[in-house]
Write a protein that binds this ligand. Structure first.
Ligand code: KIV
Ligand code: ZN
Length: 385
């Protein structure tokens, strides 16, 4: 693998599924896991096996099904969680245990009522125990975003010695600014002994709308795994959206970062997750929203009809959207009207178009959007043909 390959760790079925209303049954999880495997994700976080018998079963069945990706199960730094996760993953071709503990001052003080030294001991014990079951052990330092960098570096060094293969640096509360998060990754790269032998991972939440920017700042500073979900679903305001980070890396080749994702499957995967979870993205959602490749103002439509690249930085077919759309509204110009009329069979002369346009505007002022059927009606009532 090239050094600039970024591993895509999908947590739709774990961090995504823990959202109220997004619960999936095992059959639905299997359908999504199979899709994620075909999409080319490197790691599928299939669930939190100790949390319920249903989640255990899902992780177990996903482990049997998945052909290419590593299958991962989440645990707390508890022996029983780890033992149960190992049992759920036993059929996986490439199993990974994801264990960890809170490292920020507030987690140590309020959640665990303990000391920083005891947290390090518990982290080491969890990683060593997980290592007795599987080779691939990822450690998460929960709330790393608000953890003091020097202490975080000590935790990282300790778990590397205990055998961790991947270090997850979560911005659990979505607090960091991109410069801050990037600097944290850089600090760890420069100050942790043994860091060159492990993969640093970004796990960012979207409380301030920065989950995607933070993950990108992380990989620009040396992280080589991004934890993300389809459509950015996840706790509270969600996680980094898979489709966004993947397309950022693709559209900016100078970053010299790539992934194994088949981007042409992004749109269908997004739709599949929306349908199964009953959680629909807003029309203006980047990459996969219904308006992501729709043009409605006259100026933009005129440009796109002349050359798509005037107002589009991505080819819609690269993400599995058949084509850009020209939406007819009262803000549309003559070029858009002529284009859409031609699509439904009316090749208009300049004279006909000039006659039709004022009628169209009157019509469009009454409606949110003028659809194909409306164009036929408009042709009839305006009698321009
Ligand atoms: O946000 C977070 O810190 C998490 C961990 C459990 C990895 O989801
Ligand atoms: Zn999370």
């Amino acid at each position: 693998m090239s050094t600039n390959r970024v591993q895509i760790f999908d947590t739709t079925l774990r961090d995504g599924e823990q959202v109220p209303g997004c619960k999936l049954n095992t059959d639905q999880k299997l359908i999504i896991a199979e899709q994620l495997d075909s999409l080319g994700v490197d790691i599928i976080e299939a669930g939190f096996p100790v949390s319920s018998p249903g989640d255990f079963k899902s992780v177990e069945e996903i482990s049997k099904l998945v052909k290419n990706a590593t299958v991962c199960g989440l645990t707390r730094a508890h022996k029983n969680d780890i033992k149960i996760a190992a049992a759920a993953l036993v059929h996986a071709k490439r199993p990974r245990i994801h264990t960890g503990i809170g490292t920020s001052e507030s987690h140590i003080k309020f959640k665990f009522n303990t000391t920083p030294e005891i947290i390090i001991e518990r982290a080491i014990a969890a990683v060593s125990y997980a290592k007795s079951f599987v080779e691939d052990v990822e450690f998460y330092a929960e709330d790393a975003g608000r953890t003091d960098n020097e202490y975080l570096a000590r935790v990282c060094e300790a778990v590397i010695k205990a055998g961790a293969t991947v270090l997850n640096i979560p911005d659990t509360t979505g607090y960091c600014l991109p410069e801050e998060y990037g600097a944290k990754i850089k600090y760890l790269k420069e100050n942790v002994k043994g860091i060159e032998n492990v993969t640093l991972s970004c796990h960012c939440h979207n409380d301030l709308g920065l989950a995607t920017a933070n993950a990108i700042a992380g990989v620009q500073n040396g992280a080589r795994q991004i934890e993300c979900t389809i459509n950015g679903i996840g706790e509270r305001a969600g996680n980094t959206a898979l489709e966004e980070v993947v397309m950022i890396m693709k559209q900016h080749p100078h970053l010299n970062l790539d992934t194994n994702i088949n981007t042409q499957m992004l749109f269908e995967t997004s739709k599949m997750v929306q349908e199964h979870m009953g959680m629909y993205v807003q029309p203006n959602k980047a990459i996969v929203g219904d308006n992501a490749f729709a043009h409605s103002s006259g100026i933009h439509q005129d440009g796109v009809i002349k050359n798509r690249e005037t107002y589009e930085i991505m080819d819609p077919t690269d993400v599995g959207v058949t084509k850009s759309s020209i939406v007819l509204t009262a803000r549309s110009g003559r070029a858009a009207l002529a284009y859409r009329a031609k699509n439904v069979g009316y090749e208009l002369t300049k004279f006909q178009l000039d006659a039709l346009y004022p009628e169209f505007l009157k019509y469009a002022d009454q409606k949110k959007e003028v659809v194909d059927q409306d164009i036929h009606e408009l042709m009839e009532i305006s009698k321009v043909l």
